[in-house]
Design a protein around this ligand. Structure first.
Ligand code: SF4
Ligand code: SF4
Length: 341
């Protein structure tokens, strides 16, 4: 079985304890944050193991290369501390089970991974994706299992991730273009943290998108709109890719005004928080986040993850914001989709 690579000494000598000091869901001063993290490191009981809402953010807050969120999830599982009621935890395990019902297109060197999110199959189409759309890979067989971190089921990840990677290897691919943010985070953060080899090159869809939009620059008509961006929890695993949102928006003439809950201070869509911490916290997070989007004067709420989009679309729409995925916004800019649809 794979084990998490975690350097205790890196935490012991940490001058910041930013992982827990910056946590938006627990209040600690610097000493307390360090003490609580060291309890987690040593396998002792800590309030963190009971109060962490699984937002992933401490993976981004730690700049010393350790993996506080994965460790918290490991310790919870070791101690049998469930984050959500057992039926919900099991429901997620069961509904993401591989069943041999995957959908595989005409794959040669490259695959377009749509994870287990059907919305991504239709999104990965049109002029932007014309060369890779036929190479679709979709289904539980290609699903990144990172969602199980929310339920402190790291054992499910360690069991399934090597199988998912092997499923791609069997297709003979050299590159996998990940349309789901969390897939890229899984291959480039979780896999190396556990020493799980990834024998193909994962490509982040926004890197692909920006190159395609540069190729299609003659077709771009600047959209001249203001948007708010909903950053997903999975993006905390790959903060080095955050700048791409602004880069793409700049390219298509879209303004991203500053707001309180963006960048490192972003709030997640909160739907998993609903399962883990209850409706009061989830409602509070969603209300604060949407009010913050509205006060910017944004016309659209731009999504990266389809799961956030299905959670928040109706709610942002009720507050006057049009929900749209970043890919569809790019399609609008080249005239493939109508504005406002
Ligand atoms: S996880 Fe990172 S930020 Fe937290 S105490 Fe350890 S080294 Fe410091
Ligand atoms: S995952 Fe989020 S809630 Fe949990 S300790 Fe890290 S920052 Fe705090």
């Amino acid at each position: 079985m794979y084990t998490l690579k975690f350097d205790e000494n890196v935490c012991a000598t940490c001058p910041s304890a930013d992982c827990l000091l910056k946590c938006q869901y627990m209040e600690f001063d610097k000493n307390e944050a360090h003490e609580e993290m060291m309890k987690v490191v040593k396998g002792e009981n800590s309030s963190v193991l009971h109060d962490c809402v699984t937002c992933y953010a401490c993976e981004e807050y730690c700049h010393r290369g350790n993996h506080p969120y994965y460790l918290i999830s490991e310790r919870r599982e070791e101690k049998g501390i469930l984050t959500a009621p057992r039926p919900i935890t099991n429901q997620w395990i069961n509904m993401t089970q591989m069943q041999g019902k995957q959908s595989v297109g005409a794959i040669e060197d490259r695959a377009m991974s749509c994870c287990f999110l059907a919305e991504l199959v239709s999104m990965g189409s049109g002029e932007i994706f014309k060369d890779i759309a036929p190479a679709v890979a979709f289904g539980a067989e290609f699903m990144c299992p990172a969602v199980h971190t929310h339920f402190a089921k790291m054992s499910v990840i360690k069991e399934r991730l090597p199988v998912v990677i092997d499923n791609f290897v069997k297709l003979g691919v050299k590159e996998v273009i990940c349309l789901h943010d969390e897939c890229y985070g899984t291959y480039t953060s979780i896999a190396p943290a556990y020493g799980i080899g990834v024998p193909f090159k994962p490509i982040y869809y926004m890197d692909f998108l920006i190159e395609r939009m540069k190729d299609l620059k003659d077709k771009i008509k600047p959209l001249d709109i203001k948007v708010a961006y909903q950053r997903p929890c999975s993006n905390r695993l790959i903060p080095e890719k955050l700048h791409l949102v602004k880069d793409i928006l700049d390219l298509i003439g879209v303004e991203l005004p500053d707001r309180e809950y963006q960048g490192e201070n972003c709030l997640c869509c909160a739907e998993i928080l609903r399962a883990v911490s209850g409706y009061r916290l989830a409602d509070d997070v969603q209300e604060r986040n949407i009010a913050d989007m509205v006060q910017t004067g944004a016309e659209y709420c731009v999504f990266n993850c389809p799961a956030c989009q299905s959670t928040l679309s109706e709610k942002v729409a009720k507050n006057g914001l049009k929900p749209v995925h970043l890919i569809d916004l790019c399609k609008m800019a080249i005239g493939e989709k109508k504005k406002g649809v």
